[in-house]
Design a binder for this molecule. Structure first.
Ligand code: HSE
Length: 422
């Protein structure tokens, strides 16, 4: 008996449609163009971009002007479109369009991490109430299939920790500064020219963008729907060659790392900051615009995903993967949401702080200092996570640069240890 290996595996969901799926594309920036280009190169994927809505008429674009229209709402009400792809910059408009599409029971793919991080509970609720489906693999780590891995594969396994480099632009800048002795400003210009950075690059450099991504990971990894404002984000705007040299003197690199962790009491914490990373970590060799995520699961142990985290084609590839998944009837299950853990911020974090402002050191109120170098203006010690969250704007304003060592401990542990010794 011969077996047709090309035949689709029997599935409980509908087989792929014979007709190509008609895609309504909203936005034609880096990601929209990336998707368009991939579908041009691979027409056999069975998706065709039927309508493209953009905001600004008259802008120079790579396609003839007649390919574009300017009313995205018209795509929402076009029932001949099988799926809508939303890849615009503006988070408020994106939320209005995506939520309205879901209310109408549409299938939607988005890459808008800032919008998702702010509105995920509402968007999940809309899907539960209606018939719409929303996928967003492209919103986190570009081409790395991390959301689907967490939701579908690790949906039933408890996770100890997730550690990731989630922003390609800041990783590119840090890599260039370490590699070529390049300065911060030219390295950032390079990241912008290569199309990795957000329109407002302070979202990348201030770690707002990877914070949005960490919020999305928390929803799928732990069932925790976090308010982005509660999650500490510290960026690299204040970094200098001194800091890179400090890390190198310890055999380490500075990376912007998102750390999500389950605590012994079952609560979870999440923070996104520069961190010292040594060669023992798989993240050490994640350079340039690449992203990486280390998943530590209770039974599977450690796994590491690495891939391109930014750029039109890698991100377009993730959108295409979502389109194919929708055609197979896939939807996120948020399998851990029913037992969502509480969020913990009553922790102390060990940091390296470089600042020429004594008031910053006073403000952070270190509970323990293990190293101080007056000449290089840095101090290493433990501070309350709550203080870092409370004062993050002041830290940015005064150009203070902070790197986590990776050590966390409950608030008051130093006091408890001192009392024990007394
Ligand atoms: N600006 C983002 C980054 C693009 O640099 O990672 C991908 O989300």
């Amino acid at each position: 008996m011969s077996t047709n290996l090309a035949a689709p595996v029997a599935s409980v969901v509908a087989a792929p449609a014979a007709q190509p799926w008609r895609v309504g594309l909203i936005g034609f920036g880096c990601v929209g163009q990336g998707l368009y280009d991939i579908l041009q190169q691979r027409p056999e994927t069975g998706f065709t971009i039927s309508r493209i809505a953009v905001k600004t008429p008259g802008k120079a674009r790579t396609l003839p002007a007649e390919r574009f229209e300017f009313d995205a709402d018209a795509l929402l009400s076009d029932d001949s479109l099988d799926v809508l792809v939303e890849v615009i910059d503006d988070a408020d408009t994106a939320f209005r369009l995506v939520s309205e599409a879901l209310r109408r029971g549409r299938r939607v793919v988005t890459a808008n991490k800032a919008m998702l991080a702010r509105h995920l509970p509402a968007l999940v609720q809309l899907q539960r109430e209606g018939q719409g489906t929303l996928l967003y693999e492209a919103a986190v780590c570009g081409s790395i299939p991390v959301i689907r891995t967490l939701d579908a594969y690790f949906g039933t396994e408890p996770l100890r920790r997730l550690t990731g480099i989630l922003n390609g632009s800041s990783n590119y800048v840090l890599t260039r500064m370490g590699e070529a002795g390049s300065d911060y400003a030219p390295a950032l210009v390079e990241a912008q020219q290569l199309g990795f950075a957000e329109t407002d690059p302070s979202l990348d450099m201030g770690a707002f963008d990877p914070r949005s991504k960490a919020v999305l990971l928390a929803a799928h990894a732990y069932g925790a729907f976090l308010n982005p404002d509660e999650v500490l984000n510290l960026g690299i705007e204040g970094i200098s060659a001194v800091d890179i040299a400090f890390a190198a003197s310890q055999g380490q690199k500075i990376k912007v790392v998102a750390g999500l962790q389950r605590l012994p009491d079952g609560r979870v914490t999440a923070l996104v900051t520069p961190q010292l990373v040594g060669p023992e970590s798989p993240l050490y060799s994640v350079d340039h615009e690449f992203n990486g995520v280390v998943i530590e699961a209770d039974f599977a142990g450690e796994q590491f995903l690495r891939g391109r985290g930014a750029g039109g084609h890698p991100t377009g590839s993730a959108v295409l993967a979502d389109l194919a998944a929708l055609r197979q009837g896939f939807a996120y299950q948020y399998p851990k949401a029913a037992e969502a853990p509480a969020y913990a911020s009553d922790l102390e974090v060990e940091i390296y702080l470089r600042t020429d402002e004594d008031r910053i050191i006073d403000l952070l109120d270190f509970s323990e200092i293990s190293e101080e170098a007056d000449e290089d203006e840095y101090v290493v010690g433990y501070v309350a996570l709550a203080n870092l969250i409370r004062h993050r704007d002041t830290l940015r304003k005064y150009g203070a640069f902070i790197v986590r060592t990776g050590q966390l401990r409950p608030v008051g542990e130093a006091v408890a240890a001192a009392l024990e010794q007394a």
